[in-house]
Design a protein around this ligand. Structure first.
Ligand code: ADP
Ligand code: MG
Length: 341
């Protein structure tokens, strides 16, 4: 295919093949260039496969730069591998572009490279077409046979945990939307936690080491893309159990708890309940939510210290289906139950 003088084969040669060669730590039998790539799955391992598509204006704001789009498209895919406890190995990239410029593609590939430097994974193929800006990545990882962390593996009395802090991406998105409409001279100086919030939305860091470390420790696990409550609900439904949550222990992102910082950008600081609501229901943070037997508490604490990843214990798995708040255990915490926020 040819657009405005940009030739698909030239793109593959100059950008994608080079990107594929940047990380040769992962073996591939046959990479980019033939009709298929060929890989071998080592004995005793299973191939974990996941795919996620990002559409402009739907999964990232229209003004997102090419670097961030590349970074995020790969990051959200790797997050799914993390949630299964799999180690990244390969990925394919399907890129649909309305009007490709070499500059755009070069920045896009730099975004991918930046993440690959932290998390080795190898580009082994893809497709390049013309249309509305869409990035579809498929990741493949390796995991010890029959040891993956599954959504359906939560057991009654398990503790429920979440990594990191939640709700930062909500602030990040609001800020990006504000910047899109603001004049450049109106940009205020952003505090550390606000910069971190923007980072959250554009360059989420998948919790690879935590996912790997939880193998053998955790029962069920999921990555939080749609909001803690929604994603925890997937675990509960698939495990046919319920959860009693201690809402006070939900780790709220620093950006949501810094009234001074929020005021500098003209945002009304939320009340604690409202901040907690963002942390419980907002997506895009890509933290892990998992369950584990109470006898694993010390090991999980040790893992948190080793990896320097904050981990909060936020509740307990119960037999009764549904979500409950430990301070008002009588009534289920249905989505509608949050209308007072
Ligand atoms: P086919 O027509 O057989 O699908 P293509 O001409 O689309 O092959 O692609 C040629 C080679 O380049 C294939 O190995 C394919 O995997 C690779 N490729 C094409 N587009 C991309 C891309 N966006 N990223 C990585 N590899 C790509
Ligand atoms: Mg093709």
């Amino acid at each position: 295919m040819r657009w405005h003088g940009v030739n698909e084969f030239a793109l593959i040669e100059t950008h994608f093949k080079r990107l594929a060669m940047e990380n040769v730590s992962v073996a591939v039998d046959l990479g980019i260039g033939d009709d298929c790539a060929l890989v071998s799955v080592p004995a005793g391992k299973q191939l974990a496969i996941s795919t996620d598509t990002l559409v402009q204006g739907v999964h990232f704001p229209d003004n997102t730069g090419a670097f961030d789009i590349g970074y995020k498209a790969l990051a959200v895919n790797l997050s799914d591998l993390a949630a299964m406890g799999a180690e990244p190995a390969w990925f394919t990239l399907c890129l649909t572009l309305p009007d490709p410029s070499t500059q755009w593609i070069s920045e896009f590939c730099q975004g991918l490279s930046a993440l690959i430097r932290d998390i080795p994974v190898r580009l082994i193929g893809g497709d390049t077409t013309r249309g509305p800006l869409t990035v579809s990545i498929q990741v493949m990882g390796l995991v010890e046979k029959n040891r993956s962390l599954l959504r359906g593996a939560a057991r009654v009395d398990d503790d429920i945990y979440v990594s990191g802090y939640l709700g930062g991406a909500a602030v990040g998105l609001k800020l990006l939307q504000q910047q899109a409409t603001a004049k450049t001279h109106q940009h205020p100086r952003l505090t550390e936690d606000l910069l971190e919030a923007i980072q959250r939305i554009n360059r989420p860091m998948p919790r690879m080491n935590l996912g790997r470390g939880l193998l053998g420790l955790a029962n069920a696990c999921i990555d939080i893309s749609d909001g803690l409550l929604a994603d925890l609900n997937h675990i509960l439904n698939q495990s046919q159990v319920g959860a009693m949550l201690d809402l006070e222990s939900i780790p709220i992102a620093p950006a949501l708890q810094n009234p001074e910082g929020l005021k500098t950008i003209g945002f009304e600081p939320p009340e604690l309940e409202q901040a907690r609501f963002f942390a419980l229901t907002w997506g895009d943070d890509y933290e892990l939510c998992f369950t584990a037997k109470p006898s694993q508490r010390e090991e999980i604490q040790r893992l948190s210290e080793l990896l320097k990843v904050p981990i909060s214990r936020i509740g307990q798995v119960v037999a009764q289906s549904g979500l409950y708040d430990i301070s008002a255990p009588g009534k289920p915490l249905e989505a509608g139950g949050f209308s007072h926020f």
